[in-house]
Write a protein of this length. Sequence first.
Lengths: 150, 649
Amino acid sequence: MKRLVALLLATLLVAPALAVEPSEMLPDPALEGRAREIGRELRCVVCQNQSIDDSAAEVARDMRRAVRERLSAGDKDEQVFAYMVARYGDYVLLKPPFKAGTWALWLGGPLVLLVAGGALLIAARRRKLPVAPAPLSEEEQRRLAALLDR
Amino acid sequence: MIPELGHFALILALAVALVQGTLPLLGAARGDDRLMALGRTAALTQALLVIVAFGALTQAYVTSDFSVANVVANSHSAKPLLYKISGVWGNHEGSMLLWALILALFGAAVAIFGAGLPDTLRSRVLAIQALIGVGFLAFLLFTSNPFERVSPPPLDGNGLNPLLQDPGLAFHPPLLYLGYVGFSVTYAFGIAALLEGRVDAAWARWVRPWTLAAWCFLTLGIALGSWWAYYILGWGGFWFWDPVENASLMPWLAGTALLHSAIVVEKRDALKSWTVLLAILAFSLSLLGTFLVRSGVLTSVHAFAQDPARGMFILAFLLLVTGGGLALYAWRAPQLQGGGLFQPVSREGALILNNLLLCTLAATVLLGTLYPLFLDLLTGNKVSVGPPFFNATFVPICAPLFAALCVGPLLNWKRAELWPALMKLRLAFIVSIVAAIVAATAIDSRATLAAVAFGFGVWLIAGSLAGFVERVWNGRLRTLPRSFIGMTIAHAALGVVVLGSVGTAAWNTELIKTMKPGDTAAFAGFDVKLDRIENLQGPNYIAERATLSLSVDGKPYTVLTPERRLFTVQRRQVAETSIHTNLLRDIYATLGEGGAEGGWVIRLYYNPLAPWIWLGAALCALGGFVSLSDRRLRIGAPSRTRVLTQPAE
């Protein structure tokens, strides 16, 4: 039985491993640290909402290697991002750049805050300054006097 | 036979729901007592019928009745009993049946506990609840029938997704749905109030316990989901800003806002129409969450188009509920005249700020979740909105919210002075500044933002306790209302969650290493030794298990046994993490790929304060439950005469 289990494990356990592998890691811890940081900001292009740092997919592994190759070649972080964008498009960035197609995405939240907050402030200010009631007209004064006399 | 009974009960439930959704409404409009009384009976009958249907499906799962297509697709005879039962809601059809069940149970609860409600309000609430039920029951019967048979029945089933075979996830959907569906009661109360044209303190007292209960369950559901993700996905994260997570966060944020604005309606008779709007929005966001998760639209906009029946149905239903609710609101809300006036600096003002910020947060999440879908649909352009985006947009808005959170409860109603409230918080302020400085210098000098966030976490705890301590100091512990104690717990618990998140996200350390049996490594002050790797056989999986012993200075500390499980039926591999916790930090181990020649990939994470995330969330829900037990909500609400004479506090 044990042998059978071992055999099954050996043949069936070909499923991908988790995320970053020791074999991929760069020997320089500082450089590897940068690679990890960058990896968290890049999307695995075949996964659903996973960064390449988290993903077990084959493509993610290739992308992680590409990032490390660029870093080893002396690229700055921005250059690595630019390289990945050139290959995969803006889609690869988990934090989309601020441009024509995404301004609504970036500004939507702050806009809600500004508009709603502004409206509230204006409403509060209006309430603070109540309009003094109009003085009584002569006709009203006369009626008031008549009522009081009665 | 039994599945047919379940199917039949479901059809009957739809018929009853149709009656319940129409006649009492008519009765309320005409003042016909008999038609209104029907609502109560119908609600109880409907609940009973859906219970029968749910029981029938559960029976099919427990007995592994493979003549039912749903059981074939999602169960297996070798599965442990717990997962046979949780398999009932671990799939599309079953989870929708659970939705309908909880909805019907909430309807029955309103019928039972709502005896003290005005007749017209109760019948209208029950009718609106039933109309929501009609939507879900029709959805089940026409697009997602869980009782469909297969012929000939196969010998065994396909089994449940192994990731779902976990105690955490077994109870995650029911809790989440208790939250989602709980907001349906609030929605029904909101719509009924619009129909009645009246919102008063009595209404708010009725709405608040339902909102509070729904909110507590949703909090627990989200926390359980996050905990599950933490220990099952195998890389130590706890919140991924995944659309599925966002789908549950949005109604939570709106529900939290509702919880607070309802207080203003109850105590000060103000913010009425805004509170009704929030009630509509909170449930709409719950439905949106269900739509996002259930229609497949998240996988891709095109997957949605390929199986349009289900997606279109939920989308139409969503538009009807949201659009109908908002249209009615636009028409009737102007009639809801606000009462109590107040200055900007006051308890009311603070609660408005709370609402403003929470709604901004909800809008941010909504935008980030839907933007990629709309952009793809409208222009065909693809854009990724991931954790870095949310960290950049969501987190900054939390700062003013957290800063104001401790001040608000110390302000008086109507008109308050800011300075005395701030003076009461001076000690909490000093403590949190010191905490931030300690974090920035002693723990991690590079992570400045983490240190600031840590300071905020301490501020939330110390600041929330300040008001509590002051009252206890004045000898008022015995007379403290439960709602005040609950609030203190919940607010401080938020701080605990913040501390846990900062610790885990910013100060964690990890070790990823290829090891062979006998190898050692140094990690976070421990000496780690891989003792052995062995094969073992579970009930429906086979596994490789690593035994890692951790020691400090030669003294054995603990043993971690991460596994890699292969579920034989699905041929899917799942990492079973092994976690050692002392409630201050987790040591987290997973076993990766490997073999006897090359060694195995071992991952170790040291996550400071990680358990506090879920401990804090549980405390938060506890605070809600404590508040729910307040006398005011149990006794004060039903009598109308008291409401008329109620003085403004």
